[in-house]
Every structure is written in C-alpha cells, then in structure tokens.
Design a protein around this ligand. Sequence first.
Ligand SMILES: [Zn+2]
Length: 237
Amino acid sequence: MNPLNEQQIVSIEKILEEKGLDYGPLKEELLDHICCQIENEMTTGNLFSQALQKSLDAFQEDEMKELQTQTLSLLNKNQTFMKRLSFAALITFMVVASVTLLGQIDPPDRSPLNGDIKITSAFGMRMHPIYKVKKKHNGVDFKADPGTPVYATSDGVVVKVEDQEKGYGKHIVIQHDEQFKTLYAQLSRMDVEVGQKVKKGTLIGAVGNSGASTGPHLHYEVIKDGKYENPEHYFRP
Ligand SMILES: [Zn+2]
C-alpha cells in the first residue's frame, strides 16, 4: 500500500479545518482514520481525489444522526473509550462539539436576502401552487431574481446540502444550536458543504427555480425543536 505523501496529508488537514473538524485533542486521530481510509480506497485503483471524495461521502448525515445520541453520552466518559469510537462516531462527536463550541448563538434573526424583500407566500395553510390542494406552508416564499445571493440567518454548521429533483430542489439546512435549524430551498446554486461553519450573513447560495417551483423564489423555513415556526416572527425586514 502506498502511504500518502506530505502534500496530500496537508490537503486533508485543510479540508478538516474548513469543515470545522479541527477540534484539538481529536484532530490527530481523525486525520489518521481518514488517511487510512483513503489509502484503502486507493488500493482498489481510485485516484487520490476520488478516494478522498469517497471517504468524505462516507460520513454523511444518516449515519451521523443515528450515532449522535450515543456520541453525546460519550462526552462525559474517558479517553480510552473515545479511542474505540468508530470513524463515523468520531465525526459526529466533532460536529456536535463544534456546534457546542460556537457558544451563545442568536436565533435566526437576519433576513436570508439583502435589500427590499417581497414575501409572496406566507407561513400557514394555503392552496399549493402546483399540487392544487390545501397544504400547510412550512415556511415563507421570497420573490427574487434568479442568482440573488442567499445568506445564513445566524451562526451555525451546515448539516445538509442536497439536490432534489422535486420538492425542495437544491436546498441547504443549517443547524444553529440545539434548538434552531433553518432551511433554504429552490436554489440555483449552493456554495457551502456539509460540516462547514457559517456566520450570520455568510453567503451560502443563490435564488433559483429548482424542485417543485413555479418561478424563481427562495423558500425559507425556521425549525425550532423540530417544529416549523413562522420565519417572519424572527427577522425584521
Ligand atoms: Zn415555499
């Protein structure tokens, strides 16, 4: 097996940093795990870049969620126990830790768009424009030109970046703290990655018309303790 060269290791280190996974005591261990995984992938004929992508894809959301509860309870246990964590559990731990380390976080009190905003569909019951049935609208719709920049509405960590053919289309979910999540949908472009830390006002993507959408707009949701809230109660236009 060919060990990775210095330059490759430095590039992996940089990615972990960008994803906010550089939590001191665990950084070396995480780096070891990921290098080992990449080396394994490369023995099956993958190029470094492909092996890297595969290894990063391997710790996506579902596995993380499942392990989250388990991992949180490990926070209070001893270091030898930490060493026996699976790679996925380790990643989960670091995401949770980086959210916790962000400290006091504002509720999502910024508008996701700059300048004069126009809400074309409010929160609550409405006739769905495509499905023509009465349905609860879980967020608000902002009318905006395609390509209009979309901003994170509070500090947090990106937990989902997905391209759905229908429904939300291209959409992003940010976890702000234990209580708040926000969702940005129908985008044309997504400029962030899962695991990336964002600040209130960080550019995350652009307005579009992807998914179940009748025209360019931003569909925006505020989720508090798993329940949809009216986003207009949180930001002042
Ligand atoms: Zn909507």
